[in-house]
Ligand binder design. Structure first.
Ligand code: PXP
Length: 238
């Protein structure tokens, strides 16, 4: 059974919509851990659209399981990572205009730049993963630059609109996981996983960890709304 790490970025998205103090991602992380999560994931984006530096710093103090910081391979973010020292780093590509992380990191094309970042992080003793498409070429390039783990992008699998396409994408993920494991890389997977498509990925034995965010935060709004309304109705009864 893979470990389940919860990405809590979108708790912060909701808070930032009102520039308010709630919902608090630190409290959400605590409740995720209390409910059995194996780790907490946050992406500190360049435009700070959801998670803020203060959240990250408080999470570093409060997370008891495993804190995974997703970040772009930039000088600014390396400084943040070396200061905060989360349990692990996942390097992801980042474009300002994208809605979410749209593709994997092109390690092959940006080998020199990414390798410099990885060297700095590894030299200070940090555990480093890279988020890549299920592609053998990217896996080999990741091995070459000394990462500890690869996170396989499950977005194309999750977005498949028919069974045939989904099985094709699933096989790409299985083959890539095998190639990574053959190279002694640890394997995680994530992106777009939800309550109907996660089981098939969780069955892949070589995948040690799943990183899931959006679907869990969406579901928590829906399954929690009844109680929230009931509590307010009670309050209104005077
Ligand atoms: N893994 C990585 C590297 C991501 O960037 C994201 C999205 O922030 C996820 C996993 C989780 O994706 P989702 O929110 O679609 O579950």
């Amino acid at each position: 059974m893979p470990k389940l790490n919860i990405n809590i970025d979108h708790v912060a998205t909701l808070r930032q919509a009102r520039l308010s103090s709630e919902p608090d991602p630190v409290l959400a992380a605590y409740l995720c851990e209390l409910s059995g999560a194996d780790g907490i994931v946050v992406h500190l984006r360049e435009d700070r659209r959801h998670i803020q530096y203060r959240d990250l710093s408080m999470l570093k103090e409060s997370v008891k399981t495993n804190l995974n910081l997703e970040m772009a391979p930039t000088t600014e973010m390396v400084k943040v990572a070396l200061k905060i020292r989360p349990d692990m780093i996942t390097l992801v590509p980042e474009k300002r205009e994208e809605l979410t992380t749209e593709g994997g990191l092109n390690v092959l094309k940006n080998k020199k730049k990414i390798s410099t970042v990885i060297n700095k992080l590894k030299k200070s003793g940090l555990f480093v993963s890279v988020f890549i498409d299920p592609d053998i070429v990217q896996i080999k390039a990741s091995k070459d630059i000394g990462v500890d783990m690869v996170e396989i992008h499950t977005g194309r699998y999750a977005d498949s609109t028919n069974e045939q396409r989904q099985v094709y994408e699933l096989n790409q993920i299985i083959t890539s996981s095998c190639s990574a494991a053959d190279l002694d890389l640890r394997v995680a997977a994530g992106h777009g996983l939800n309550y109907s498509n996660t089981k098939r990925i969780a069955e892949i034995e070589l995948i040690e960890e799943l990183n899931i965010g959006y679907s869990i935060i969406c579901r928590s709004v829906i399954v929690g709304i009844e109680r929230a309304v009931r509590e307010m109705t009670q309050l209104c009864k005077i």
